[in-house]
Design a protein around this ligand. Sequence first.
Ligand SMILES: O=C(O)[C@@H]1C=C(O)[C@@H](O)[C@H](O)C1
Length: 146
Amino acid sequence: MVKPIHVLSGPNLNLLGTREPEIYGKDTLDDVRARCEARAASRGVSVVFRQSNHEGVLIDWVQEARESASALVLNPAGYGHTSIALLDALKTLSIPVIECHLSNPAAREEFRRHTYVSLAATGIVSGFGAASYELAIEAALGLIRV
Ligand SMILES: O=C(O)[C@@H]1C=C(O)[C@@H](O)[C@H](O)C1
């Protein structure tokens, strides 16, 4: 039995759909959840989908993924640009880590062009709105060979 793919979203993503929709789109986080679940279920894999505004909670969930997940999809949001602690947690994982962003941070403000998460990521999907999460799920499914 393949373990679930864990999908974690960072701060302010609970406001998706109303938060700067010209940048992050009109899909809500629940819409994103549904798309991730459907995409994974089509290959017989479940998803654990969670969001937090709190750095330590996200770190706890990354640590939980060590034993509970087959792969981790992470949109670190603003903490990607600041959190060495989140990077340190990611470096304890031996499962695939796919970093994803709704926007294309490389095309935005200078401070968004670097994330610490990228130092621990297997790969990165950016710029496709809610589809970034689905593409990240597809990448995870390919890496866990289901
Ligand atoms: O595009 C995204 O999903 C990321 C989401 C955020 O909240 C920003 O802080 C990042 O810079 C970009």
